[in-house]
Design a binder for this molecule. Structure first.
Ligand code: IMP
Ligand code: MG
Length: 172
């Protein structure tokens, strides 16, 4: 099952970059009311490793959204499967994502969090696939830019498999 995978980003590269991102986040969120909101399920591995590196008081929450991108129209349809549990009014939110692809999910979730009265909303995404963007949106903290290929591992799945791989790869 694993011999047809090309490793794109190694476990060590992810570890090192996560530490760098944590330092940036610490600098920007010092003295703020930080709530990290992971988008299920893809961000779970990244969120776990990232929050362990952030030396600040913070809260953790999760949301689950599914995006049905419809190729022929410019905007996909996003559905909330699980909303936040915490009261995020006046909090400084860091959305934690696995990958920004079309940008539709991030755009939707950011707006939703703003409507709930958050003081600020930023996003940390492990990966960025800028070539596929349909909405003009960027993450504030990006681990790695990846080419326009389907990637798996470290949270990202193909048909719900491969999330447990400790690296990012492509399937042949
Ligand atoms: P967006 O709304 O198009 O930006 O979609 C982002 C979501 O699509 C991510 O959170 C992933 O769950 C999924 N996704 C996009 N590209 C890939 C990929 O290459 N591999 C696995 N999942 C992906
Ligand atoms: Mg996702």
């Amino acid at each position: 099952m694993l011999d047809n995978i090309n490793i794109l980003i190694t476990r060590k590269e992810i570890e090192d970059r996560t530490k760098e991102l944590a330092r940036e986040i610490e600098k920007d969120f010092k003295g703020k009311d930080l709530v990290c909101i992971g988008l299920l399920k893809g961000s779970v591995l990244f969120l776990c490793d990232l929050v362990k590196e952030i030396q600040l008081p913070l809260q953790i929450d999760f949301m689950s959204v599914s995006s049905y991108g419809i190729e022929t129209i410019s905007k996909g349809v996003v559905k909330i499967l699980k909303d936040t549990d915490l009261d995020i009014k006046d909090k400084d939110i860091l959305i934690v994502e696995d990958i920004i692809d079309t940008g539709i999910t991030l755009d939707y979730v950011k707006n939703l969090i703003r409507i709930k009265g958050a003081k600020s909303v930023k996003c940390a995404s492990l990966l960025d696939k800028p070539e596929r963007r349909k909405v003009n949106i960027e993450a504030d903290y990006i681990g790695f830019k990846v080419p326009d290929k389907f990637v798996i591992g470290y949270g990202l799945d193909y048909d719900q498999l491969y999330r447990n791989l400790p690296y990012i790869g492509t399937i042949e």
